[in-house]
Design a protein around this ligand. Structure first.
Ligand SMILES: NC(=O)c1ccc[n+]([C@@H]2O[C@H](COP(=O)([O-])OP(=O)(O)OC[C@H]3O[C@@H](n4cnc5c(N)ncnc54)[C@H](O)[C@@H]3O)[C@@H](O)[C@H]2O)c1
Length: 290
């Protein structure tokens, strides 16, 4: 099985910075790349905040927090990020064309034996793999948000993913302190296929004046024992990513995934959720609801 020492993360957003952090905590050599300095800076600020929280709770020492942060190398040059990678984990926006374009580059720029993983929530692993000359080394490793906290990871084999690639992915996930479950390659995999319908319908319920976001969230927390309501979860995931997911799923499964007009309106306004300071709710710089 391929030994993994160096891991590259493409996209330093909500998921990418969390994956980079967990990989560094697991003592991998980590590179993180994005398209602009401000996005990389935002990713590093998020990692710093998360590590400080762990240190404040006594889960890691201050010294370890500083060491972990310093061990992640940020770069705007994708070539530099992947040149020595044993595994690359792609975390760019949820659009198949963007992902295929990135995988084509990864195939050209990373070592020939590197594993190319995607954190996609919905897109076909087989379709993403088709952009490369190494489909046997392409796999889905779908982390949950927030990555430093959530333990579950969905691993998805594409049509040509090899056993060796699967085993290497399982080893990486375990070393990062996570637990994996396996899903076959199908749009939305096992969880998001249902989650997207539930979140989308929540927007319709509010748009029709049946209830308010606050009361819907209260309903799910108090009556269905969910740790957070659909609007709190939607703001955490990112309304833009939910909309991308619905568009993709509508194409695959038909009109039951028609995006709610209210969701579309919020995305058009730039209200993406916690990451932009406003989604369904408003947030301060610490990401706390105000
Ligand atoms: N947000 C969630 O809760 C969640 C959970 C599981 C999986 N995912 C999946 O993870 C992926 C990323 O989602 P996210 O929420 O982190 O998105 P995000 O919008 O927070 O971050 C995406 C990042 O990718 C960067 N990017 C765009 N094009 C790039 C390129 N060519 N090269 C390098 N960086 C580039 C953007 O600048 C941005 O910083 C998506 O496929 C999404 O479906 C998201």
């Amino acid at each position: 099985m391929k030994e993994i020492h160096t891991l590259a993360v493409i996209g330093a957003g909500t998921m990418g910075n969390g994956i980079a952090q967990c990989a560094a905590q697991a003592n991998y050599q980590v590179f993180m790349t994005d398209t602009k300095t401000q996005f990389l800076d935002r990713g590093f600020a998020s990692i710093k905040k998360s590590l400080s929280r762990f240190a404040a709770k006594g889960k890691i020492s201050e010294v370890d927090a500083a060491r972990i942060l310093a061990s992640i190398k940020g770069t705007l040059d994708i070539k530099e990020a992947v040149h020595a990678a044993d595994i690359v984990i792609e975390c760019v926006p949820e659009e198949l064309d963007i992902k295929k374009n990135i995988f084509k580059q990864l195939d050209e720029l990373s070592p020939k034996d590197a594993i190319l993983a995607t954190n996609t929530s919905n897109c076909s692993i087989t379709a993403i793999a088709s952009a490369t000359m190494r489909p046997e080394k392409v796999i889905g490793i779908h982390f949950a948000n927030p990555v430093p906290i959530m333990v579950g990871v969905e691993i998805i084999k594409g049509l040509d993913t090899s056993e060796d690639t699967l085993q290497a992915a399982q080893t990486v996930v375990k070393k990062m302190g996570k637990e994996y479950y396996l899903t076959n390659d199908s749009p939305g995999f096992s969880g998001n296929r249902m989650l997207l319908l539930y979140l989308n319908e929540s927007f319709n319920v509010v748009m029709e004046g049946v209830s308010t976001p606050k009361d819907v969230d209260k309903n799910f927390r108090l009556s269905f024992n969910h740790p957070m309501g659909p609007f709190e979860l939607a703001d955490l995931i990112g309304l833009d990513q939910i909309l991308h997911g619905l568009v993709y799923m509508r194409n695959e499964f038909g009109d039951k995934y028609i995006p709610s007009p209210l969701l579309k309106k919020l995305v058009a306004a730039g209200y993406y959720g916690v990451k932009t300071g406003r989604g369904v709710y408003k947030y301060n710089e610490k990401g706390e609801k105000i």
